[in-house]
Design a protein around this ligand. Structure first.
Ligand SMILES: Cc1cc2nc3c(=O)[nH]c(=O)nc-3n(C[C@H](O)[C@H](O)[C@H](O)COP(=O)(O)OP(=O)(O)OC[C@H]3O[C@@H](n4cnc5c(N)ncnc54)[C@H](O)[C@@H]3O)c2cc1C
Length: 315
C-alpha cells in the first residue's frame, strides 16, 4: 500500500487546470494502490490554493509557504520533505515546463523510477503507464517496478477533480538550498496575455487560409463566436500569429469546449494538442483530410465560402 502525492502547479497567481486533472489521476492511483491522496500547494497564495485544491477525494492538503513563484530548489525540497512526512510513495506531477524541471531531480534524489508524459494508468499486480511516442503515432505501455515512483501526467487527459472536499490542510515550511536562479518578472512572447489553453471556444486557422491578409476572416469568425484565435504551426512559422497561439506537439495542449479547425489537415503533431477538445468542428475542402477522423462535425467546403456564412449566422 502506498499513498499518492499530487503536486499542483500555479502560474502568475492562478492554479493551472492540470492541477485538478492531476488530482483525478492521483485519486485513480491511490484507489488502485489502496492508499490516501495528498495534494501539495507549493509557494504563491497557498491559502487560496489549498482551499481550491480541497476537492472531493483528497485526503490531505499540504501548503508549503516558501516564496511566490516557481523555484526548482523549493519544489524539490518540498516534495522531498513530504515524501518523508507522509506515506506517499507515488508522486504525480504535471507534465509541464515546471514539472519536467524538478520531477527528474526528485526521482534521482529518492531513487525512484520516473515515467514522464503519462496519458493513462492500468493497475494489476503493478502499475502500467500508457504513453505516446513518435508524435502520437504510437501508444506504448511501460510496466513500472515496485509501488514507489514519480509520474508526470499530460494535461487534458484526465477530467478535472470536482466537488468540495473536507481534507485537513497542513502548513509546512521547508529548508532548501539557495537558488541560483530567481524569477524577476514575466514577459509575454508576443500575442499579449492570451492563453489559448484557458479558452472555452477556439477558432484555429491552418495553411488553408493561404495568405496573412486573409486572417481577418477567421478573426471575424472568432469575434462573432466570442472565441479565441489559435493556429497550426505553419501559420506561426510564417510569423502570421505569435507562438503562444500554436496548438500541437510543439505548441500548446488545449481542451476547449469547442474547437473549430479552419483549413487544418489534422497532422498528428497538431492533433496531439487538440484531440481532448469536447467538440471538434472541421472545415476543409479535402474530404479525406485526417482532421475529419476526429471531428464531431465536418464541413467539406471552401473556407472562403463557409466562414462568411458562419459569420453571418453568429454575428
Ligand atoms: C517535430 C514536429 C513538431 C510539430 N509540431 C506541430 C505543432 O505543434 N502544431 C502543428 O500544427 N503542427 C506541428 N508540426 C507540423 C505538422 O506536421 C503539420 O505540418 C502541420 O500541422 C500542418 O499544418 P496545416 O494543417 O495548417 O497545413 P496543411 O497540412 O498544409 O493543411 C492545410 C489544409 O487546408 C485545407 N485547405 C486548403 N485550402 C482550403 C480552403 N480554401 N478551404 C478549406 N480548407 C482548405 C487542405 O485540404 C489541407 O487539409 C510539427 C512537425 C514536426 C516534425
Amino acid at each position: 500500500m502506498s499513498d499518492v502525492l499530487v503536486v499542483s502547479e500555479h502560474r502568475r497567481g492562478g492554479l493551472r487546470d492540470v492541477s485538478y486533472e492531476a488530482i483525478t489521476a492521483g485519486r485513480e492511483l491511490a484507489d488502485a494502490q489502496g492508499g490516501d491522496l495528498h495534494v501539495a500547494a507549493i509557494s504563491g497564495d497557498i491559502d487560496q490554493f489549498a482551499d481550491d485544491l480541497n476537492r472531493e477525494g483528497v485526503d490531505a492538503v499540504h501548503a508549503v509557504s516558501n516564496g511566490e513563484e516557481f523555484d526548482h530548489n523549493v519544489y524539490q525540497s518540498a516534495v522531498g520533505a513530504l515524501l518523508e512526512q507522509t506515506d506517499a510513495g507515488t508522486v504525480v506531477i504535471p507534465n509541464s515546463v515546471n514539472g519536467l524541471d524538478y520531477a527528474p531531480a526528485v526521482a534521482e534524489a529518492h531513487g525512484l523510477p520516473l515515467v514522464t508524459d503519462a496519458i493513462g494508468f492500468a493497475y494489476d499486480d503493478g502499475l502500467t503507464v500508457t504513453r505516446e511516442m513518435y508524435g502520437s503515432k504510437v501508444e506504448t505501455t511501460v510496466d513500472v517496478d515496485g509501488d514507489r515512483h514519480v509520474l508526470t501526467v499530460r494535461g487534458g487527459e484526465w477530467a478535472p477533480a470536482e466537488g468540495v472536499g473536507d481534507a485537513p490542510v497542513e502548513s509546512l515550511e521547508v529548508d532548501h538550498p539557495e537558488s541560483g536562479a530567481r524569477v524577476t518578472g514575466f514577459e509575454e512572447v508576443g500575442g499579449g496575455d492570451v492563453d489559448i489553453a484557458d479558452a472555452d471556444v477556439l477558432v484555429s486557422v491552418g495553411r488553408g487560409i493561404e495568405d496573412e491578409e486573409n486572417l481577418e476572416l477567421v478573426e471575424e469568425l472568432a469575434d462573432a463566436l466570442g472565441a479565441t484565435l489559435s493556429a497550426s504551426r505553419p501559420i506561426v512559422d510564417n510569423g502570421w500569429l505569435p507562438k503562444n497561439r500554436q496548438v500541437g506537439q510543439s505548441g500548446k495542449v488545449v481542451t476547449p469546449d469547442v474547437y473549430i479547425a479552419v483549413g487544418i489537415s489534422g497532422a498528428v503533431q497538431h492533433v496531439a494538442g487538440m484531440k481532448g477538445s469536447d467538440t471538434i468542428v472541421a472545415i476543409n475542402t479535402d474530404p479525406n483530410a485526417p482532421i475529419f477522423d476526429i471531428a464531431d462535425y465536418g464541413i467539406v467546403g471552401d473556407l472562403f465560402d463557409v466562414v462568411p456564412e458562419l459569420i453571418d449566422e453568429f454575428a
